[in-house]
Design a protein around this ligand. Structure first.
Ligand SMILES: CC(C)(COP(=O)(O)OP(=O)(O)OC[C@H]1O[C@@H](n2cnc3c(N)ncnc32)[C@H](O)[C@@H]1OP(=O)(O)O)[C@@H](O)C(=O)NCCC(=O)NCCS
Length: 171
């Protein structure tokens, strides 16, 4: 039987990042519809959109689990409309305030630059009012590069450049 560590795409002291599996759907559905998690994301997703997402493409989606396998959150490496590599994330509220998002997203950033060798930077966009999210991005060392209004709210784009390797070559 596979263990979490067999399937790990990345791991940290406390966490494992792995591909989404079909039995994650119940947790994903909660993430799409939980009013607390969706507060700054336009509110709960309607049932018909949930039905589409259930059978949709989950490429780039990663479940973040404790080393025991318990799910604490989700990250996604996708493309923003500018073509930039984009990080999205959502963690279950019962695990907020324990540094899991910081630890999991930091691992996702490293994975992003490994998986996408042509990407020179990675961006994340969040509502300015989403203080936890803004705080997370700044804790990850990301820098505010743009602000704009969309979906009736002020949005902020943060970015981090690909780290340079010791010999000065970009990885
Ligand atoms: C945005 C979101 C991921 C932030 O989650 P979070 O729990 O606040 O973030 P973290 O896991 O990084 O927790 C950070 C806090 O944990 C604390 N912490 C506790 N134990 C810790 C540990 N062992 N290591 C590190 N930090 C720890 C830190 O001190 C930090 O608080 P501080 O910086 O004020 O001191 C979460 O609110 C969320 O999922 N929201 C819903 C989805 C969403 O809005 N996503 C944004 C999409 S654009």
């Amino acid at each position: 039987m596979n263990t979490e560590s067999d399937e790990a795409l990345a791991s940290t002291e406390r966490l494992v990042l792995r591909e989404v599996r079909s039995h994650d759907l119940a947790v994903l559905e909660r993430m799409w519809q939980d009013p607390v998690m969706r507060r700054y994301l336009g509110g709960p997703v309607p049932d018909e959109v949930v039905a589409e997402r259930r059978v949709g493409d989950h490429t780039g989606s990663l479940m973040v689990t404790k080393r025991s396998g318990e799910i604490v959150g989700w990250c996604r490496l996708g493309r923003y409309r500018t073509g930039d590599l984009e990080l999205s994330y959502a963690f279950l509220p019962e695990w907020w305030g324990r540094g899991y998002a910081r630890e999991g997203c930091a691992a996702a950033v490293g994975l992003a630059f490994d998986r996408f060798p042509d990407a020179t930077r990675l961006v994340a966009v969040t509502q300015e009012a989403n203080r936890r999210s803004v705080h997370l991005l700044e804790a990850l060392g990301m820098v505010r590069v743009d602000t704009f209004d969309e979906f009736g709210a002020r949005q902020v784009m943060y970015a981090v450049d690909r780290p340079h390797s010791i010999d000065g070559e970009t990885r």
